[in-house]
Design a binder for this molecule. Sequence first.
Ligand code: GRG
Length: 284
Amino acid sequence: MDMLKQLGKETDLWLDRLLPSEDRIPETIHKAMRYSVFAGGKRLRPALCVLTYRFCGGYDDERIFPPACGLELIHTYSLIHDDLPAMDNDDFRRGKPTSHKVFGEAIAILAGDALHAYAFELFANAGNIDVIREVAATIGTEGLVGGQVVDIESEGQTITEDMLLFIHRNKTAALLRTSMRVGALLANADEAQMKAVTDYAERIGLSFQIIDDILDIKGDQELLGKPIGSDEELAKATFPRFYGLDKSYEEASRLITEAKDAIAPFDGSKVFIDLADFLLNRAY
Ligand code: GRG
């Protein structure tokens, strides 16, 4: 999608500007941080943040790109830790060997920790305490960490629909939702905008993880930049495992329709409608 690619390029320029350079001491950790951040990725979270900021009336790139990059740093941190031997034990991510394969486990863990810490510096510099509170809550036990714990504990177990929804909402949808809400908060969105943005984000967020599950079964490894079939190997709690492939896609599609309906009445919503359609039918 052209719009996503363009925003991705702008985000990369900002990330390069913001991250410590590789020759700063200790070089290893700065190399490891940059390695994973610049390994690729769609830059969806910063794009959602910037687009929402503009949708809600914001116009200052200098104000929105640093916290938007902070969201990408949190996301990259979660991927590094997710791939560790103690978690999903994956060797490839974004088309390259994972951080622990290149730098060893200790540096990979620390690279995640350092990205986490630096992201909060960027959020703090945005000068809005609600942003800091919201991102912190999204990462903790009521967000990514909580979702990841249930995800790990449910491996090989009989799953219920409630568990499945809990995992997907917390592990994936929460950060997408917060990415949009950070953009809205920094543009001083009104209540109606905030509600529309939140309703839209929750639905595309859940649908995004359903499509991720489907792609892990029938996606193209080259395009995805990682081997497929790992969910099956670890007997993960996924939508296709619970509902089958066809019903999973139907559910993702239903959520995308609801997301579009939530935002459609607002001026400037076309970009989000196109994005929702792209996310439903994405191949990577
Ligand atoms: C507290 C941040 C934090 C981490 C600890 C490891 C962990 C808890 C949570 C894992 C969360 C996780 C990896 C969720 C998967 C989300 C997902 C669908 C990732 C793929 O996102 P894309 O497709 O990836 O946007 P790219 O590479 O394009 O950025």
